[in-house]
Design a protein around this ligand. Structure first.
Ligand SMILES: [Zn+2]
Length: 318
């Protein structure tokens, strides 16, 4: 049973098993991370939930009906599948995507209901656009959860803080005309996507920036977030800015990543609003350095959540 004080983390075996074993994507990171978290010191203050598949209605708040329909019935073209990139494609991708999106929606509902922090151990699928997928992303969990919170959960303003090394281009485009959301992206200026979208606030930084520039820019981004006065924060916590990452280029240290997360948690606490953690990118070779940083992320989120909930006065909606 979930106790309100516990950190809710959504996970499904399909997060790994729904991707073809020969895909270039490091699919084992999900399974390996769960093993680590279950053995971690923070395990007793964390509750792992198994998500239900998302309903089509939730997808339609942010996505084109024809695209949703064609994906769910396995009718994407080979070109569309290649653009998403989790190839070779397998029929299990459909169910995987449904539970991944379900995990995001359930984590968001949990955070809004109980306050504090919650997370999905996958996703942060910020390269998915309204009518096509891209860069390992089929549907955009950040846009879906933001719009779901606005339409159905009594939330008035949502900030999306995207600190993955890649720009949150799909999120920016889907939410471009939505005044109740604020999209903020800190990313490496010379990285995928090479044709950038326009977020409400883009904070690009050059390759090789390292901890000092990165953390200073994250602090600026959080200043923008606080000024927006959101009542929910969605955090894309990709760790592909790590120096060990194969795709990152930013040279951020493990300690720097950890400090970054703390800054985000502090901002949510200062605003007294719930925060949902979306996993995001992490492609170190071997994968261990990414796993270290993700373990830090979810363990620290659980500790932070525990402290906020047990101190009382969380932002609770019932
Ligand atoms: Zn990324």
């Amino acid at each position: 049973m979930t106790t309100p004080a516990s950190f809710g983390l959504w996970y499904h075996p399909l997060y790994t098993d729904g991707i073809h074993p020969e895909a270039r994507f490091p699919r084992d990171r999900y399974r390996l991370l769960l093993d680590r978290l279950q053995a971690a010191e923070s395990a007793p203050i964390m509750t792992v939930h198994r998500p239900e598949p998302v309903s089509k209605t939730h997808l339609l708040v942010a996505h084109d009906a024809e695209y949703v329909e064609r994906f769910l019935s396995g009718e994407l073209t080979e070109k569309e599948e290649k653009r998403i990139g989790l190839t070779p494609w397998t029929p299990a991708m459909i169910e995987r995507t449904k539970v991944l999106m379900g995990g995001a929606v359930e984590a968001t509902e949990h955070a809004v209901r109980y306050g504090g922090l919650a997370g999905n151990m996958a996703g942060g699928t910020h390269h998915a656009h309204r009518d096509f997928g891209s860069g390992y992303c089929v549907f955009n969990d950040l846009a879906v959860c933001a719009l779901h919170a606005l339409e159905n959960l009594g939330v008035a303003r949502v900030a999306i803080v995207d600190l993955d090394v890649h720009q949150g281009d799909g999120t920016a485009t889907i939410l471009a005309d939505e005044a109740r959301t604020c999209t903020i992206s800190v990313h490496c200026s010379t990285n995928f996507p090479f044709r950038k979208s326009v977020s409400d606030h883009d904070l690009p930084i050059p390759p090789e920036s390292g901890d000092a520039v990165y953390l200073e820019t994250v602090a600026q981004a959080l200043g923008v977030c606080e000024a927006f006065k959101p009542d929910l924060i969605l955090y894309q916590a990709g760790v592909d800015g790590l120096e060990a990452d194969a795709l990152g280029k930013l040279r951020v240290s493990r300690e720097g990543m950890r400090k970054r997360n703390q800054l985000v948690f502090e901002a949510a606490e200062a605003l007294n609003v719930p925060l949902v953690v979306f996993m995001g990118g992490g492609y170190a070779k071997p994968i261990d350095a990414s796993l270290d940083a993700f373990e830090d992320l979810f363990s620290d989120a659980a500790q932070w959540n525990q402290r906020i909930r047990t101190q009382g006065d969380p932002c609770v909606r019932r």
